[in-house]
Write a protein that binds this ligand. Sequence first.
Ligand code: FES
Length: 127
Amino acid sequence: MNGDAEDMPEFIDICKVSDIPVGEARMILVNEVAFGVFNVSGVFYAIDDACPHAGASLSHGIVEGDVVRCRIHHWRFCVRSGTYLDERKPSCNVRSYPIRVVGEQVQIELDNKSLLNFHPKQDLKPT
Ligand code: FES
């Protein structure tokens, strides 16, 4: 393996526990990348915020237990795993991310590569 320390995943503070009431979700930006963070019965989950159908925000969808339904065309996703639920179609799954709670702080585990995969231009230096 050719490990690069910068690619090692790390937990990043994203919000306080009290910022997301049970049964609700919020869009959280990390380095301009949007994640949907959900509080399901006191347990937090994070998935890509952009719906793979047409890009709507999943955190602004309708949350029903551990399922979010996109507001635009009603595709459904499991917030625990990111699995697209309306058909067996893995290409429509969204990514899910480890979350942990430390005291009052909610943290997401990310590495640089996962952030850069969303926005390849992000590492360009401003001119
Ligand atoms: S944009 Fe989400 S289902 Fe169409």
